[in-house]
Each structure stands twice: as structure tokens, then as C-alpha cells.
Design a protein around this ligand. Structure first.
Ligand code: SAH
Length: 468
């Protein structure tokens, strides 16, 4: 290790900043954020840097650098583009044992600055030892997406409770285990969701009554999107990686399942049309049972849990048992398939509204409000419409929608096997019969389908078939 990492407390401490351009301004911004008092020396100083000096009640000297400028400072930064001057500043600071950084000249520095991720009070610093600052910044960008901005709130929450918990658990091991539970359990989820008061109550109950609230499980009802794992939300991914057990069904793609924590127990609960690996009531009960065992249960569903997903039913029973749960929306099949097939669901010229309709009714009929659905100027998206497809098209025509209204059938939308069949109300049933179609499929009906030909982008579909 070439450098020893430290975090400096600069609050109310004077720091010398030589230079008044962009680089100096960036450094000044960070120093002020950390509570430092600036002493800026440069013949010209940017407007923002002047404001920063005012803000921290610092000093500004519009002149060349003098050797005595480093006096009384705890830190020095040389951000000028004159090499000889940078060298002098570095020597002066070193002679007085003041840590000095010369921007972009590691050889002149006694310390270097890392790339940082600021979730104050949580701060992550990444350094390549000055060898490749760009690499450090790339790593930072990766971590930025992985670490939710709400982690700062969690650290603040932890800090508020630190003393009380230290008091409660004298034993350090015990204390560490307690914190591990808090920072990964329901209390943390409450903080992430902005429910600080509830999180406080949970913690204070846990400390005072030694009840089970911290070992209680919870359920995450998560929308896994239509197939492409890149369509997951950051929150979905985070919860998938902390779950102890996952209940998933057929619509959840392999790519998405790969992102679930490796050692999580996996339970397949089926849901193919008429082939239910597990009845809905049993799924609801299983969620409750697992959570009561203290598990963090991930209920992973295709698309969005609240769109034809029976998500509402699954959380009803949880609510009755006072089991903490959260619902994470996902990209529904209509959005995913439409985007990947280049079909905007609404369009100023063609469709002023869009309807998501189920093609599979509870009593196995497709007894819908056909007159309304046949109205022009709207896009219809049928979920679970493959079995009743011929009936759906015929009913729309019978109720007045033009037989040449374009229809798209998207098979396995957003996955690598996506296929798009284009026909119209009069011909789609035959097109499907000719093309050996397998589910899941989505039907998009309306004038917007015309745009598919021109708006099809480079999509993951390997062999899109257009058959009109
Ligand atoms: N909750 C899900 C829908 C569940 S209903 C969501 O929001 O997307 C199941 C139906 O969704 C399937 O019968 C099919 O019509 C549609 N569907 C889901 N994923 C799909 C995909 N990748 N491609 C095409 N249709 C899909």
C-alpha cells in the first residue's frame, strides 16, 4: 500500500488554496463542504470561488503567492498551472510539515485525493494511488449506482442510536450482531422509505422489550419486469440481493433469477395457465409462514406486481398478520414490449388513450365491454390474450372496429427470443396459426402499430418476423 488512507476533520480549520480557476474552484467546493475555512491566493479568482470564500468566512488574496501563505494552515492545495510555482508551494508546505497536494503532480504531493461517493455521513473514498485516476472514477460510477442515496439517511439513523445501543449492549460482539440485524432488516427498510418515526419505534421496542420485532421477517413484493434483466429497478436489485428466500413464477426470466442472491432458497410457485404449481391461497399463506420464521422473503413477479399480478391479494394476508412488506413496481409487459417493438402506446395522431385489458377472465370467457373497447382513437393491450385471440379480434370487428386495424403480437417481449408478428384484426388469428407461437405473448391493437415499421430500433429480438 503506497498511501495511508485517512479522513481529515477540517471543520473551522484554515486551508490554503493557491489558484483561482476551475480546478481550484472544484477543490474549494469540497473543502467548504467539509467545513474548512479557505485562504485563497491567486491574481484572478472565479466568481464561484469568491462566493465560497464568503460562505466559509475565509480570506481571499488577489495577488501572487508568498511563502508565508502556508502559515497557520492545516492543509495546502496548489492548483495553478505554473509548474515552478507548484514546486515552491510544495517545498514550503513540506518544510512546515503541512500536508500538501499539487493537482496532477503526485511527485510533489504528500497526500493525494481520492474519488469519493458522498452519502454523508457515509463517505466512500477510492484511490488508485495516483496511478490511474480515471479508473478510480469509473469504479466510483459503478458503486454510485449500487449504493442508494438513502444510505446516508441510514447512517444518520445509526448515529442517532449509537450511544443508546452502546449502553444497552456492553458486549461488542453482541452489539455488532444487533447492528447487523438493524442495518439489513425492517428498520433499515423503513428508513429508506422515509418512515423514520416508525423505524425509531421499532428500535426502541427492540431495545426495551426484547421482543421479536428485529428478528421478524418481511416480504418484498417485487416486479421483475418483462424479461430483460436490465429493466429491473435499483430497488428491486437491492432487495433481490438481500433476500433469504425467493418465491417466483414462470414469467420471471432466467436472467432476472440470476441476480437473486446466490444462497437464497428458491421456491417455484408456477402460474402457467391452468397448470398452477401452487394455488394462490397457498402462496399467500407461504409468504406469511416464511416471514413469521424471520425470513426476508422475496416474492418476485413478472412485470409489475399490481398489473394482472394478483399482487393485491398477496399482501392482504400479510397486512392482516402485521408483517412488514413493501411493493416495488416493475416495468409491465405493455411498456416493455411496446418499447422494444417500436410501438408507442399513445400518439398525438393515432391514440389518445391506452387500455390494459385481460384476455382471460375469471370465468374463462372473454366477456368484456366490447362497445367501449371498439371505439377508435385508443390503443388496446391485451394480456393473456393468446387463447382467446380469435374471439377478441372477431368481437372488436363485430362491435365496429375496422377489420384493417393493425395488430401486433409480441412474443417473449424484451428477451433475446422476442418475436413481433404484425397483421390486422381480420388476419391475426391466421397469422398466429401459421407461426407456431408460444407464450408469453402480448397483443397490441390500434393505429399506433403502424409506427412499428419506422420506429423499430436495434432491439434484442434476433429474428423479428413481420408478416403483413
Ligand atoms: N404482472 C405482469 C402481467 C402478468 S399476466 C406484468 O405487469 O407484465 C401474464 C401476461 O403478461 C402474459 O399472459 C402475457 O400476456 C403478458 N406478458 C408478460 N411478460 C411478457 C413478455 N415478456 N412478452 C409478452 N407478454 C408478456
Amino acid at each position: 500500500m503506497d498511501y495511508f488512507p485517512v479522513f481529515l476533520d477540517l471543520k473551522k480549520r484554515r486551508c490554503l488554496l493557491v489558484g483561482g480557476g476551475d480546478v481550484a474552484t472544484r477543490k474549494g467546493r469540497l473543502l467548504v463542504k467539509a467545513g474548512a475555512i479557505l485562504r485563497v491566493v491567486a491574481p484572478q479568482i472565479s466568481t464561484e470561488l469568491r462566493e465560497l470564500v464568503q460562505q466559509c468566512q475565509g480570506e481571499m488574496h488577489l495577488r501572487e503567492y508568498h511563502g508565508s501563505d502556508v502559515d497557520d494552515c492545516v492543509l495546502a492545495i496548489a492548483a495553478t498551472d505554473i509548474d515552478s510555482l507548484n514546486q515552491v508551494i510544495s517545498q514550503d508546505a513540506k518544510a512546515k510539515y503541512i500536508p500538501v497536494n499539487v493537482v496532477d503532480s503526485p511527485a510533489l504531493c504528500t497526500y493525494i485525493t481520492p474519488a469519493i461517493i458522498d452519502r454523508s455521513p457515509l463517505v466512500i473514498a477510492i484511490s488508485s494511488g495516483g496511478e490511474s485516476p480515471v479508473l478510480a472514477r469509473l469504479i466510483r460510477a459503478k458503486l454510485e449506482t449500487l449504493i442508494p442515496s438513502s444510505y446516508g439517511k441510514l447512517a444518520q439513523f445509526a448515529s442517532r442510536w449509537r450511544e443508546r445501543i452502546k449502553h444497552r449492549f456492553a458486549d461488542t460482539d453482541q452489539r455488532r450482531r444487533f447492528w447487523e440485524k438493524i442495518l439489513q432488516g425492517p428498520a433499515a427498510e423503513l428508513v429508506f422509505n422515509g418512515q423514520d418515526a416508525q423505524a425509531d419505534t421499532l428500535l426502541s421496542d427492540a431495545i426495551h422489550q426484547e421482543d421479536d420485532s428485529l428478528t421478524r421477517g418481511e416480504v418484498y413484493l417485487v416486479g421483475g419486469g418483462p424479461g430483460d434483466p436490465e429493466l429491473l429497478t435499483l430497488r428491486a436489485l437491492r432487495l433481490m440481493q438481500q433476500a433469504d428466500v425467493v418465491l417466483y413464477d414462470r414469467l420471471v426470466s432466467d436472467g432476472v433469477m440470476e441476480l437473486v442472491r446466490r444462497d437464497a432458497e428458491r421456491i417455484y410457485v408456477g402460474k402457467r395457465r391452468s397448470e398452477h404449481a401452487m394455488e394462490q391461497e397457498n402462496i399467500n399463506q407461504l409468504l406469511v409462514d416464511l416471514a413469521l420464521q424471520g425470513k426476508r422473503v422475496l416474492r418476485l413477479k413478472g412485470g409489475d406486481p399490481f398489473i394482472f399480478g394478483r399482487g393485491g391479494e398477496e399482501i392482504e394476508l400479510l397486512a392482516q398478520h402485521h408483517i412488514p412488506f413493501q411493493v416495488v413496481p416493475g416495468i409491465t409487459a405493455a411498456s416493455g414490449c411496446a418499447a422494444y417493438a417500436g410501438i408507442p402506446l399513445t400518439h398525438r395522431d393515432y391514440a389518445q388513450s391506452v387500455r390494459f385489458v385481460t384476455g382471460h377472465l375469471q370465468d374463462d370467457s372473454t366477456n368484456l365491454q366490447w362497445p367501449e373497447l371498439a371505439e377508435p382513437g385508443q390503443t388496446l393491450v391485451f394480456y393473456m390474450g393468446l387463447v382467446g385471440l380469435a374471439e377478441i379480434c372477431a368481437a372488436l370487428i363485430a362491435h365496429g372496429r375496422a377489420p384493417d386495424t393493425p395488430v401486433a403480437l409480441v412474443e417473449k417481449g424484451t428477451t433475446r427470443d422476442q418475436r413481433v408478428l404484425i397483421a390486422d384484426l381480420a388476419t391475426m388469428a391466421q397469422t398466429v396459426a401459421d407461426n407456431n407461437v408460444h407464450g408469453p405473448t402480448l397483443l397490441i391493437i390500434g393505429e399506433v402499430v403502424k409506427l412499428h415499421a419506422s420506429l423499430q430500433w436495434f432491439s434484442p429480438a434476433q429474428n423479428p418476423v413481420d408478416s403483413d
